[in-house]
Design a protein around this ligand. Structure first.
Ligand code: PLP
Length: 282
């Protein structure tokens, strides 16, 4: 099931080609996107996702179409989705530069699809992960803005390759590490660890994507009396934590039960508590 809408709010047939063959988004991954969970017609964290789309566009000098267009497209997809048969929808917003000539306006669209079986399994059963080097230091982002660290660009080939490497090593997921051994993020998620009643995640300054799910979880946890800290920590900390999770919009709060082949503390009650805190906001 797929539902596709343009920024003027019109629905288009997802079977019909939409992009130009010379769109730099296709040829070079030169574009941006967001992935949003919609449950029973309610998009989660839509404002923060649209804010991040705008931030990504600014970082790569992409003239982003106005916010109202994205909101129209989101609404059109939500209105057309068969909620009675599929109560959750993965909503992708994509913006490319359009055709490879400066006259062409960017192309934007919103597409709804179903949550995959693989993601449902990760949510329910948790994941095994491996640490993999990402190859940059946590100070690089501000030194080298052309690397677009912290932008959500369409260039996810490296992230997908890392997931295939995890699969080759018999794991479901990846925790990227920086050259100083600190934890960065997953290829499509943020890393959260618990130490007592404190939650910890990596600062966006280190070049990772500022996660909307991590922010929502931390907001709820702080309201419930947890300490929530955003600071760098070494990958070795993961082995001693009271719990480790990979969090993102569609997989939600997935517990990591094994890292580099070593069983982690994966307390089921703690997992239920954090998932409950996150869900209590919606
Ligand atoms: N980091 C990366 C590289 C991602 O691709 C994602 C989401 O896909 C995240 C973190 C988590 O972001 P969010 O919680 O906003 O989905």
């Amino acid at each position: 099931m797929r539902v596709l809408a343009l920024l003027d709010g019109t629905l288009v047939d997802p079977e019909v080609p939409l992009l130009y063959a010379d769109d730099p988004g296709v040829q070079r991954g030169d574009g941006i996107f967001e992935t949003i969970l919609v449950v029973e017609r309610h998009p989660r964290e839509l404002g923060p996702h649209l804010d991040r789309l705008e931030r990504s566009a600014r970082l790569m000098d992409l003239p982003l179409p106005e916010r109202a267009g994205w909101q129209r497209a989101v609404q059109a997809v939500i209105d057309a989705w068969p909620w009675h048969t599929a109560p959750e929808m993965v909503l992708k917003l994509v913006c490319t530069r359009g055709a490879d000539d400066s006259e062409q306006a960017p192309t934007g669209f919103a597409m709804g699809s179903e949550v995959s079986a693989g993601i449902l399994r990760k949510r329910a059963e948790g994941v095994s992960a491996v640490t993999l080097e990402r190859g940059y230091d946590p100070q690089l982002k501000d030194r080298a803005p052309w690397l677009l660290l912290s932008a959500k660009t369409l260039s996810y080939a490296v992230n997908m390759a890392a997931l295939r490497e995890a699969d080759r090593r018999g794991a479901d997921e990846v925790v990227f590490t920086a050259t100083d051994g600190s934890v960065l993020e997953g290829p499509t998620s943020n890393v959260v660890l618990a130490r007592g009643r404190t939650l910890l995640t990596t600062p966006p300054d280190s070049g990772i994507l500022a996660g909307t799910t991590q922010a929502a979880l931390f907001r709820a946890a702080e309201q419930a009396g947890w300490q929530a800290r955003v600071e760098s920590f070494p990958a070795t900390e993961l082995f001693h934590a009271d719990g480790v999770w990979l969090v993102s919009s569609i997989r939600l709060i997935s517990q990591v039960h094994t890292l580099d082949g070593i069983r982690l503390k994966a307390d089921a009650d703690l997992h239920t508590e954090l998932t409950g805190l996150y869900e209590s906001q919606y």
